[in-house]
Write a protein of this length. Structure first.
Lengths: 140, 205
């Protein structure tokens, strides 16, 4: 303890003794209090063991995930009915031409619609009765 | 290498730190292997010292208990980082404790108070020890305790590590994160101050 680094001054030894005694006496925790304050020990070994076997397992799991997901993507792309982007483009090209030829047909439909619309009935002006008395009263 | 001092004479060279012995290493290895009893043993071995160190630096039981818990919690979790080649386990543990005491003191330095206290400006004194906590001390011990409180935090840390923990200057330097020379000069100041403050106590004996 202090023996290795003792100060030649006697007061230093005396002070050390006094301070040690005082701190020992002042810092007396209640019985059992320190035990209550002990934090739970962490499980280092379990963590390390987990780490040891987890590393290859993680690599295998990652590889399996990548493989399965790529297979899944491949299959799902075929489940669309075999339509690849090239095929879709080809279909679009084919449908352009018939649309142009169908234009007259659509015009005819419009004309038919106009014909089919019934003409509005003439306004029944003749049916309005003009009272002769009112007409005469405005006359000078 | 030795230093001479007109008042204190020769200050011996700080010795090499007493690094962790074999039994201690075995205990630490058992802890790292996850043996719960080893943790209990380690805690029982050091908790009293850590608590007293914290209490003497903070002068407050609740704060000392919190520091004790925090220190061991951190030490248990970081046990794998402890390097027996660099320092003794006790030094490493004390370093953790002193660091937490400083944090606690820093936080208490900014006092929290209720708004009702504002008109009277009676802010609570964070440094004042609770009277009941040292009520059981005798008159002489009370004077020593008071003298320790009079020292600045830096000098108090040094004095407690030197007088209570029995550390060399090199070990004090390791704990406080300062060079051994600085620890030595701080100790010189602390010694002078304590000797003046406790002149009557020392002279009585």
């Amino acid at each position: 303890m202090l023996g290795t680094n003792n100060l030649p001054d006697k007061t230093d030894d005396e002070l050390a003794r006094l301070v040690r005694q005082t701190i020992q006496a002042a810092g007396q925790p209640e019985y059992g209090r320190l035990r209550q304050l002990m934090p739970p020990p962490p499980n280092h070994s379990r963590a390390r063991r987990m780490m040891q076997w987890q590393r290859p397992l993680t690599a295998v799991a990652l590889a399996a995930f990548l493989l399965l997901s790529s297979v899944g993507l491949y299959r799902s792309s075929h489940q669309w009915g075999g339509y690849t982007p090239t095929l879709i483009a080809a279909t679009a090209t084919q449908t352009t031409a018939p649309t142009k030829t169908a234009l007259p047909t659509s015009t005819a439909v419009v004309q038919q619609t106009a014909v089919a619309t019934p003409a509005p009935l003439p306004t029944p002006i003749a049916a309005v009765q003009i009272r002769p008395s009112a007409t005469h009263s405005n006359m000078p | 290498m030795s230093l001479s001092d007109p008042i204190l004479g020769d200050w011996t060279t700080p010795t090499a730190p007493a690094y962790t012995d074999d039994a201690q290493l075995v205990l630490l290895q058992r802890c790292l292997a996850g043996e719960e009893l080893a943790y209990v043993s380690l805690y029982n071995q050091y908790s009293g010292m850590v608590y007293r160190l914290a209490f003497s630096l903070l002068q407050n039981k609740e704060d000392a208990e919190e520091v004790l818990q925090d220190s061991f919690d951190y030490a248990f979790r970081s046990l794998g980082q402890y390097d027996a080649q660099k320092s003794a386990f006790k030094t490493w543990l004390y370093r953790i404790t002193v660091s937490r005491c400083r944090n606690k003191r820093r936080r208490k330095w900014l006092p929290t108070f209720s708004l009702h206290q504002l008109p009277s400006w009676q802010l609570p004194d964070a440094e004042a020890p609770h009277p009941d906590e040292v009520a059981h001390l005798n008159e002489q011990q009370r004077q020593v305790w008071q003298a320790l409180q009079t020292l600045s935090p830096k000098l108090r840390e040094t004095a407690v590590l030197r007088y209570y923990a029995g550390f060399s200057f090199a070990e004090i330097g390791q704990v406080l994160g300062i060079p051994a020379k600085t620890a030595e000069s701080r100790m010189r100041l602390a010694h002078t101050a304590l000797r003046e403050l406790l002149e009557s106590v020392i002279g009585d004996r």
